[in-house]
Design a protein around this ligand. Sequence first.
Ligand code: WTA
Length: 635
Amino acid sequence: MSNYHIKHLEEYYQVYRKSIREPENFWEEVAEEHFLWYKKWENVLSWDFSKPKVKWFEGAKLNITVNCIDRHLTTNGNKTAILFEPNDPNEAAEHITYRELHRRVCQFANVLKDKGVEKGDRVCIYLPMIPELAIATLACARIGAVHSVVFAGFSSTALATRINDSSCKMVITSDGSFRGSKTIDLKGIVDEALNDCDCVESVLVVKRINSSINMVDGRDEWLEPLLEEAYEDCVPEIMDAEDPLFILYTSGSTGMPKGMVHTTAGYMIYTAYTFKNVFQYKQGDIYWCTADIGWITGHSYIVYGPLANGATTVMFEGVPSYPDFGRFWDIVEKHKINQFYTAPTAIRALAKEGLELVEKYDLSSLKVLGSVGEPINEEAWHWYNDNIGKKQSPIVDTWWQTETGGIMITPIPFATPTKPTYATLPFPGIQPALMDEEGNELTENQVSGRLCIKFPWPSMARTIWGNHQRYKDTYFTAFENKYFTGDGALRDEVGYYRITGRVDDVIIVSGHNLGTAPIEDAINEHPAVAESAIVGFPHDIKGNALYGYVILKDVGEGRVHDNLRKEINQIITEHVGPIAKLDKIQFTKGLPKTRSGKIMRRILRKIACKDTKNLGDTSTLLNPEVVQEIIDNSL
Ligand code: WTA
């Protein structure tokens, strides 16, 4: 079907118009022609944003791993599915063919079954970027268990919260992980987390760093011996289109992370179709997304999207700075990468290191470059375009979210002319709207507003695990009958979108979403802290860094502020993880509050950004006098 692979701008517009005019026919055609079904659907779409309820391909039966693995076996069994590049450049890369992936996923799935994991059970996966991470997620999907991958940089408290929220029965982890020149004791973190998790019955441990670790009798088992015993085939569980495939947690503006629930058929179709078009993937290409599978980018565009297309997808265990800042380019040369997808924060960090480490390597295999996770600033865009793409490889600035499951606004390379800092045009099937604060849609061009989506798309999250009301409140109440993204955006004179950033209390640091509330909660645990407020301020590499305003309890003058700062960051590391550490901590006597007691972060944000000329009206505050004090002592 021609619609499946868009090749020029004219075709994009044709496909887009069709996808809006007759969305059900459009998605039905994609689903019909490109996937394997045990049974076709009775109804393509039913939806009601006021509930909110969205169902795609109801009545259909499938297994996503059959579509991602089994159906490639006859034509592409010997093709590399996963190309694993280890942390240590001297360790050999591993090429896992589709046939081998099939065997390893089946064996893993059989181990899960033996351990009592059943369809619908939740399994927490806390692993570094090693092949077992992808294999474990697919093994869950094979038997219909719901995977909940937790990024292996999260602390034990954050891990425990996520395990408990969805009552995971099992945790899959490793004896540790390599990260540049360091190793991290992942199993130790899991042990600590499990002190607070009664739901977990068993822990499977992958051997990666060969450290001697504590194994709890009756609970913990090494994976390898079990795999060796396991049968090499596993009949896939037959799943309903709307059965949950996975839960993935994302930060919200209140304390608890939100367990976004993604379902099977719609997610599969949308990630596959976007992968094909956004990266213009052709058979034989080697595709590399540098994200971690612990984030949605890794779920959709390292695992499911690429494998559904029979692609070769690279998994990199290490970090961009090890053994030096040329590592990414070394890998591009070594594996002749054709599509390279990374985050603006990585681009900025690498740009800072100069060109010597870029020019050493042959990057001529590159055809398409991608960016995701936060707005890419103009300077980084040009550096990427000039030095990595040599002005030959289009940059796809892809806007999307954990909640959207797949890429929503993006150029189609070689079709959509790119424009620095613009995510450009909606992907087929996506109907964006910009809204003013009164809730009116701004229909003309050259406007800015809050970004909403007016119509369902197949890969949208269906609910928040255990809290449908919160799903409704967060995404479907700000604007009637629309999904609200939490982002602001502008539309230029030709209809291109530029995402301007979050308009809520989520701050994006190095491409990671951080809610202010959990960090403030952590700080407030410190015995000397009375209250705190966090805001973001611009940072050269991280995009945003965190600025904390902290009110101390009356502890006398004895406390040394520098020690307190260290202790506060220590608490944050323990409760949330090192990514949430504060760059600046200002101690203050008060915080600006509205009469209803709400902290006016807008004012704090401006002070942190050193933009104090235009603070707006502060006279309505409960305590306007505190503002000057904060300005005078700002860092
Ligand atoms: C931001 C990541 C500008 C945005 C896939 C969004 C972006 C949040 C872009 C979701 C982009 C992501 N340009 N901003 N190309 N991509 N964002 O859930 O604020 O980790 O709401 O999903 O990242 O982050 P999440």
